[in-house]
Write a protein that binds this ligand. Structure first.
Ligand code: SF4
Length: 216
């Protein structure tokens, strides 16, 4: 029987060649092959990530990694110990009115099987969806105020987990800089910091990939 690390490597190899969505403007951007009980779900890469070859590689990422550093893991540690997935793995392109295009429902549906597989491989106990589109893959969201700052329960592809939603860290949104967003973001990060799966990845040695699967 294959170990999860090997299954994940093979999964990523197939994912890298995915071309299901003709309107997407890049090839897939894929996180490190880290088998982890903590799974982060972003929305879709921006224009810089495809060339840089890693998710959250530009300004939004800088902000997000600052949040995680405040609860004990710097960028390198997060990339080495948390599995970084996304709703869509390719850059959707720009909107005619400016800003990045939000992936269309057919593109989200096309990409869902990759995420399903990653839930089966990682069996996460803590899932961190970042931004409204990512949160909506697990629960209905009208306003961020109603979901950020609380721990929810979620299920995907037969795997049950705690869900700690975060706002999107892009500079396009001011939600996290004004109340109640400021306080709710602080509460959300405190919930993540106190979660057993986060504590486990925090306790892990630098760069030891594939070890966090033991964190129940
Ligand atoms: S967005 Fe997802 S499903 Fe669509 S081409 Fe990229 S990897 Fe494939």
């Amino acid at each position: 029987m294959q170990v999860p690390q090997q299954v994940l490597l093979e999964h990523q190899d197939v994912l890298a060649h995915c071309r299901r969505c003709p309107r997407m403007q890049s090839t897939p951007v894929i996180g490190n092959p880290v088998v982890s009980r903590v799974l982060l779900v972003g929305q879709a890469p921006g224009p810089k990530e495809p060339a840089l070859g890693r998710p959250f590689a530009w300004t939004a990422g800088k902000m997000m990694f600052k949040w995680f550093a405040s609860i004990g893991l710097d960028e390198e540690q997060v990339r080495g110990r948390v599995y970084m997935a996304a709703v869509c793995r390719c850059f959707p392109g720009k909107r005619p009115t400016g800003g990045d295009r939000v992936p269309d429902p057919d593109e989200v549906a096309n990409c869902a099987s990759w995420l399903d597989a990653e839930f089966a491989i990682n069996e996460p106990t803590l899932v961190i969806p970042v931004g409204k589109l990512a949160i909506q893959q697990f629960m209905p969201v009208d306003k961020l105020d109603a979901v950020v700052g609380k721990l929810h329960r979620g299920t995907r592809n037969g795997v049950s987990f705690d869900l700690a939603p975060l706002p999107h860290p892009s500079g396009a949104s001011t939600w996290q800089y004004t109340e109640p967003g400021k306080t709710l973001l602080r509460q959300a990060l405190a919930l993540i910091a106190a979660h057993p799966a986060w504590k486990c990845v925090k306790a892990e040695g630098t760069g030891r990939k594939g070890k966090t699967k033991d964190a129940k």
